[in-house]
Design a binder for this molecule. Structure first.
Ligand code: SF4
Length: 136
């Protein structure tokens, strides 16, 4: 079984803020399994740290007002092209890229709504089971 996993859940400092979302449950679940850590936002060529983004009317926009949709989707396309066959993805909840069940609402006010990040969406469309770290 090969698992795609959000790199920040493993402790990699790839979050927009420069930190990570290290999750002990994820780490212990992955012990002895084959997995590929990815950060689609870094794959998109974005720096760390970087301005936060949210999805507004279906497009990825940054808090400082830039439309980064094409850039972020390029990162997702790259992950999809390079990951090979995976059986499961474990992604970070709430992210506009990795979020599985909910995302921020596009107003940068901290409010969450139902929805999927753009990587979670692409994986689900490809038929890959996707869960977030809270579902382990
Ligand atoms: S894009 Fe995904 S892997 Fe990268 S920091 Fe955000 S939640 Fe983590």
């Amino acid at each position: 079984m090969k698992i795609l996993v959000s790199a920040c859940l493993l402790g990699r400092n790839c979050k927009y803020s420069g930190g990570n979302n290290r999750n002990e449950k994820v780490l212990s679940f992955l012990k002895g399994k084959e997995y590929i850590p990815v950060c689609p936002e870094v794959e998109a060529g974005m720096p760390v740290p970087r301005p936060p983004v949210e999805i507004r009317q279906g497009r990825v926009v940054s808090r400082d007002g830039k439309d980064l949709d094409a850039v972020y989707r390029r990162g997702v396309a790259r992950v999809m092209a390079e990951m090979g066959t995976v059986d499961l993805a474990i992604l970070k909840s709430g992210s506009p890229t990795c979020g599985v069940h909910e995302i921020y609402d596009g107003t940068f006010s901290g409010r969450k709504i139902k929805g999927r990040g753009i990587l979670a969406e692409a994986l689900a469309k490809a038929g890959i089971p996707v869960i977030d770290e809270k579902e382990l």
